[in-house]
Design a protein. Structure first.
Length: 866
């Protein structure tokens, strides 16, 4: 019987009728009532008021009825978490039922009810079902662990669920193995800690054995997991390849691409050239087969093929014809095929490629694709010198068609050919200049103007051609205006006798009629060059240009390594790292212990200002410190160029930094890069650090950090916790910091911070700068009546007076602008923290590491510069 009857329009009072039917003893009527409730819920009607009544139907051996009730619970448990707890006893009971279907159903439902109050009740049933004798129950429980981790990760770690999951990798049932791998992969991605899922060679063999009996999606998860394993030697790598190669013949495209990813990763460790050649030949047929699939699969395959060919172009070098476009291919597939064709073209196949591209340019009606084909012809010319003349001939044929967009794209391409092969194909310039009136696109106009300026001595009417553009100067794109300005100056330098008026006109337009600063500044530069020394201007402006180089690789090597490890993922389709388009939902490794402020190692700001901050000067006792007359010299150690620091409001507001500073580069860190910044928030200091495994020989683990003795006693309050990082991975941690009293701290004031980072590959050092706003307290605001009392309480011996000859530069040099203090200027003064103005023209102050308070008191005398 059809279920459509359950979705018919409800009548008045139906909720009451459903409630009565749910309480009937007739199980068939109960099931019909639950079906009606589910139907109403499906179409968006609120049936949450029936929650207790539906829960009463759970006590039944009927699996179909249980499924319906569980479906209802999953939907409404979030809205009524207190009532959902009432069903826990039934869940626990069902998890021990004799029927494995009911046991699995109970665990699955408890995992889907995303209510934190239920998680503690889920622990014991889940631990039991992970060891269940039935494989169906075990595979269901394995997936439930990932759901539980998303709700309460600490509970999963404390109860040992991760160890149980890793143990399931050795399960005799391949479906259980696949689900365990899938769950561990999900947890690793959510937590950002790749070391959660690491396995030994013995486990690897079990994963390879499970491949043959898994479902296709189970195979994808297992292959992706194997791709993260690093073989110990070439023999083990070849063994893995041999076991994975049969997956290349699978009908599912995802399985094929995951297998390709494993093979490519292992090929890097293979040392036998013959074996590598054999394996590469086996990669070609499955990749070609993917191009016979649906257009969407073709597109994904082509994007991945571009990455593969960037690293190993010989894989498909003999199969270039399969990338020729079909008449019914979507445009997005054609565009990717053209890119692959150019990438694979060589001296043996380039003639076939050019004929195909010429056909596209002449016969296609899609404007964007025609432009792509014309540009591809130019790339072939840049890539293979032997075919450059043939490419120029094809481009001239295309120009003769007089089709506007074809002509314009051809001119842009020919400009690059001129730069790549100077003094070889200039005979076509006359043909290009004949098409001046058909140019509409800014890039085409700029290309032709560049050609006219570069070869002005060979073009008789170069002056007239440029003057035609000058007449419409105001309507031109800025890039075209810049090109026109340079071309006109080149024309004047090559033919000065009759072009003085032209160059003067363009210079006046650029300097007086343009609002663009780049154009205006370039106009002034050219004008001064020409008026000062025309010969030097000729040397500068007419200098030889570097030739254009064809780079078949669309991404740099570092990014390519990362993307090859992510084949068959969205990153390999976008050709971008995951972090650039996907918000990181992984939980960062946070230290569990909070930093505590100690009262040790406090100092008086006047002592800081009274000391010699030169790092080379020996430290002196405070009593022997001379009174220095130049306050700016006192702050000499603070006159460095500070790195980007967060802005801190001394009143109490704080905003985290938008960008970290580069502290350690990969070339100095053994493949590890470190970015970071010191911040202060809520009265606590933390060191925000990002660790990246850029190009290390293997995974990075065993991290530790140590800070050298510094003036403020700044050090870490807790141990550094960073998970193992494989190549291409990164992790951000927040390290709690504290200021400890240390009698051996340097006596010479300095904002320098020396840091040592240790991992399994070695110890690396870098320097950072402590921002003043990190050390200063946020609680510096005081009321007006308190100010005179605090001021009078400062002993006279602690006061230092000095005159400033340039008070305006004080805030610039010592960096007080980032401390939340107001700027001041002559004639206008600001005051912070008072309800009434003080007697002196300008007063400001700051607290420095409680309990010692210090003041910076500035008096600006009207009418003077002191």
């Amino acid at each position: 019987m059809s279920d459509a009857k359950y979705f018919q329009t409800t009548k008045r009072g139906e909720i009451h009728e459903l409630k009565e039917e749910l309480h009937t003893n007739d199980k068939s009527k109960q099931k019909e009532a639950v079906k009606k409730v589910i139907a109403a819920m499906t179409v968006g009607k609120d049936v949450s008021m029936l929650f207790p009544d539906v829960c009463n139907c759970m006590q039944t051996p009927n699996v179909e009825l249980k499924k319906l009730v569980y479906l209802y619970l999953i939907n409404y448990a979030k809205a009524q978490p207190d009532l959902a707890i009432l069903a826990v006893n039934t869940f626990v009971k069902d998890a021990s039922d004799s029927n494995p279907l009911i046991r699995a159903l109970a665990v699955r439902t408890m995992g889907c009810i995303r209510v934190e109050q239920i998680t503690e009740y889920l622990t014991n049933p889940l631990l039991k079902t992970l060891k269940d004798e039935d494989p169906y129950v075990r595979k269901t429980a394995a997936m439930c662990v990932a759901k539980l981790y998303d709700i309460n990760p600490d509970l999963v770690k404390e109860q040992g669920f991760l160890d149980l999951l890793i143990g399931l990798i050795s399960d005799p049932n391949p479906t259980v193995v696949a689900n365990a791998v899938a769950s561990l992969t999900e947890i690793a991605e959510a937590s950002g800690m790749s070391d959660i899922f690491t396995f030994a060679p013995e486990a690897l063999m079990k994963l390879l054995s499970a491949l043959n009996e898994c479902t296709e999606w189970g195979q994808v998860y297992i292959l992706d997991a194997i791709s993260t394993y690093r073989p110990s030697d070439a023999k083990e790598a070849e063994s893995i390849i041999e076991r994975v190669i049969p997956r290349l013949q699978h009908a599912n495209a995802a399985v094929v691409l995951s297998a390709v990813k494993v093979v490519l990763g292992c090929l890097q460790l293979c040392t036998n050239a013959e074996s590598v050649k054999t394996y590469i030949k086996k990669l070609s047929p499955p990749l070609v087969t993917l191009l016979a699939s649906e257009p969407e699969i073709q597109y994904v395959a082509l994007r991945n093929i571009q990455l593969i060919c960037s690293r190993r172009p010989n894989i498909l070098a003999n199969d270039i014809k399969v990338f020729f476009c079909k008449y019914n291919d979507p445009t997005y597939v054609k565009v990717e095929k053209v890119d692959v064709m150019v990438m694979l073209a060589n001296e043996r196949t380039v003639e076939q490629v050019l004929l195909e591209l010429k056909e596209y340019a002449f016969a296609e009606v899609d404007v964007d694709f025609v432009r792509k084909a014309v540009r591809a012809i130019g790339k072939c010319a840049l890539k293979i010198e032997r075919c450059a003349e043939r490419c120029v001939a094809i481009l001239l044929d295309l120009i003769q068609t007089k089709v506007s967009y074809v002509v314009q794209e051809s001119i842009v391409v020919i400009k690059d050919i001129f730069r790549k092969y100077p003094n070889q194909y200039e005979s076509v310039i006359g043909t290009l200049c004949e098409n001046l009136e058909s140019l509409e696109h800014p890039e085409a106009k700029g290309a032709l103007i560049w050609i006219i300026g570069q070869y002005a001595e060979r073009i008789e009417n170069a002056k007239e051609l440029l003057e035609a553009f000058i007449e419409e100067f105001a309507d031109l794109d800025v890039d075209v205006q810049l090109q026109l300005l340079t071309a006109t100056v080149k024309l004047f330098l090559k033919r000065p006798s009759n072009t003085q008026g032209t160059v003067k006109e363009i210079l006046q337009l650029a300097t007086t009629k343009s609002n663009n600063p780049d154009l205006r500044d370039r106009g002034y530069i050219y004008w001064r060059l020409l008026s000062t020394d025309p010969e030097k201007a000729k040397i500068i402006v007419l200098a030889e240009h570097s030739t254009v180089q064809y780079d078949p690789q669309k991404v740099d090597n570092q990014l390519l390594d990362l993307l090859l490890h992510q084949i068959s993922s969205l990153a390999s389709v976008y050709h971008k790292p995951t972090s650039s388009f996907l918000v990181n939902t992984g939980r960062q490794a946070q230290p569990t212990q909070q930093s505590t402020n100690t009262s040790g190692a406090v100092m008086d700001v006047m002592d800081l200002l009274g000391g010699d901050l030169s790092s080379s000067a020996p430290s002196q006792p405070k009593a022997q410190q001379p009174v220095v007359n130049d306050l700016l010299d006192l702050m000499s150690d603070l006159s460095f160029q500070p790195t980007s620091t967060p802005s801190v409001d001394m009143v109490g507001s704080h905003s985290l930094p938008a960008k970290m500073n580069s502290l350690l580069t990969a070339d100095k860190g053994g493949g590890m890069a470190v970015d970071g910044i010191l911040v202060r928030s809520g009265g606590k200091i933390s060191y925000e650090l990002q660790f990246k495994n850029i190009s290390a020989a293997g995974p990075l683990s065993g991290f530790a950090i140590q800070f050298n003795k510094n003036f403020f006693g700044l050090t870490n309050a807790v141990a550094l916790q960073v998970p193992t990082l494989t190549v291409g991975q990164s992790q951000t941690v927040s390290l709690a910091m504290t200021c400890k009293e240390d009698k051996t701290s340097p006596a010479t004031p300095s904002l320098g911070l020396q840091v040592a980072i240790k991992n399994a590959t070695g110890i690396y050092y870098f320097k950072d700068t402590i921002p003043l706003e990190v050390i200063l307290s946020e609680n510096g605001r005081i009321n007006g009546p308190e100010y005179p009392q605090l001021w009078q309480s400062i002993p006279a011996a602690n006061q230092v007076h000095t005159s400033l000859m340039n008070p305006r530069s004080l805030f610039v040099d010592i960096g007080l602008g980032g401390l939340g203090l107001e700027w001041f200027s002559f004639g206008q003064f600001f005051h912070r923290g008072f309800s009434h103005p003080p007697v002196p023209p300008f007063t400001t102050f700051a607290f420095f590491r409680k309990p010692v308070s210090s003041f910076l008191y500035l008096i600006l005398n009207p009418g003077t510069t002191e």
